[in-house]
Design a protein around this ligand. Structure first.
Ligand code: NAI
Length: 343
């Protein structure tokens, strides 16, 4: 008898409930042993209990240490702080894992199989910003402070090396800007070479590249890279670039991983422009669920899920509108579930 695994489920905003429903159907068909605790956050949390990150949701994740979540809406400019950022901080989810793999051949770039590992809590992303007034201009100067710590860098780098080795990867590339931000990203670069020399030199190769050159090289020849590891802001930008190499946000999963909890999600947002129309592509969240299956030591189920996605879009040619097809979410899910059951 398989052991049941408690997990928190947040349907999220916009297309969230539609793609979560599809993902649950696929996980059910696989017989994935999750016991879901349904919770709210984002706009859904505001509507349900007047809080974008309700205490019950935090309590649930504290208990399960595992969550699958749909996208959460964050108002731009004013309004409440991003519930996503707060979740990362609350549970110290320091590693953001974003694999990008070609699923549909024949695009601009074929056979892409890259992993971006992004530091998720430090760097220029921490939002320590202020204005300095001069004369009658209250916003004459804007200042931002970036913070990287050796401890924060080392734990992220250790995660990245371990993950790369576990995935059978050959090379880890450290992406930095230590020629200019000598302290902020130099610390990260030094920590990487130091850790590699101490612990990983016999297991995997390391090299490094400056962020601007990396962006160019990814467009000219992405196949030269394997695993890219970098600080928060560079990782944010690079992981979208890499998602673009494999067909866009509809295909890009993400995992936020810490010592005490892990939260799995699509990289894309709540897509308010298509919410409620039943046409969203659930693939990014499905691929996030595959990462969750691996994280909970169910790699066979993850492989079956990925194979079924491949078969649905490439053999059955059932594709949603964003991939040039005409299937709606329900038709795609039906075809996927049939593949899982028959595969
Ligand atoms: P978005 O990713 O929601 O949408 C960008 C474009 O991609 C839209 O045209 C949308 O229709 C399309 N799209 C996204 N996912 C799709 C899917 N699965 N299938 C088909 N088309 C898809 O980005 P946007 O519009 O900038 O953000 C909307 C809201 O989502 C904002 O409130 C933002 O803060 C939030 N957001 C939440 C994230 C999270 O919870 N992790 C991540 C990014 C944004």
């Amino acid at each position: 008898m398989s052991t049941r695994i408690p997990a928190t489920l947040i349907a999220g905003d916009g297309i969230g409930p539609e793609i979560v429903e599809s993902t649950l159907a696929a996980l059910d068909a696989l017989g994935a042993p999750y016991d879901w605790d349904h919770q709210t956050a984002g706009l859904g949390g505001v509507q349900a209990v007047g809080d974008p990150l309700p205490a019950a949701t935090l309590d649930s994740i504290r208990r399960t240490r595992l969550a699958l979540k749909g996208p959460l809406e964050t108002p731009s400019g004013g309004g409440f702080r991003s519930s996503n950022v707060r979740l990362r901080e609350e549970f110290q989810l320091y590693a953001n894992l974003r694999p990008a793999r070609t699923i549909i051949p024949g695009g601009r770039f074929d056979d892409i199989d890259l992993i971006v590992v992004r530091e998720n809590l430090e760097g220029l992303y921490i939002g320590h910003e202020h204005y300095v007034p001069i004369g009658n201009d209250p916003r004459a100067v804007a200042m931002a402070t970036g913070v990287n710590t050796r401890m924060g860098s080392l734990r992220l780098l250790e995660f990245a090396f371990e993950h790369a080795i576990a995935q059978g990867r050959k090379k880890v590339t450290i992406v930095h800007k230590a020629n200019i931000m000598k302290a902020l990203t130099g610390l990260f670069l030094d920590a990487a070479y130091d850790l590699h020399a101490r612990k990983y030199k016999d297991q995997i190769a390391i090299d490094s590249v400056i962020i601007d050159a990396c962006a160019m090289k990814l467009v000219l020849n992405p196949w030269q890279f394997d695993v890219l590891v970098t600080t928060n802001l560079f990782g944010d930008i690079l992981s979208d670039l890499v998602a673009g190499l494999v067909g866009g946000l509809g295909m890009a999963p993400g995992a936020n991983i810490g010592t005490d909890a892990a939260i799995f999600e699509a990289v894309h947002g709540s897509a308010p422009d298509i919410a409620g129309k039943g046409i969203a592509n659930p693939t990014a969240l499905l691929l996030a669920a595959a990462l969750m299956l691996e994280h909970t030591k169910l790699p066979d189920l993850a492989a079956r899920l990925r194979n079924a996605i491949d078969g649905t879009v490439n053999i059955d040619k059932v594709r949603t509108g964003d991939l040039g097809g005409n299937a709606n979410t329900e038709a795609f899910t039906k075809a996927l579930v049939a593949r899982i059951r028959n595969g």
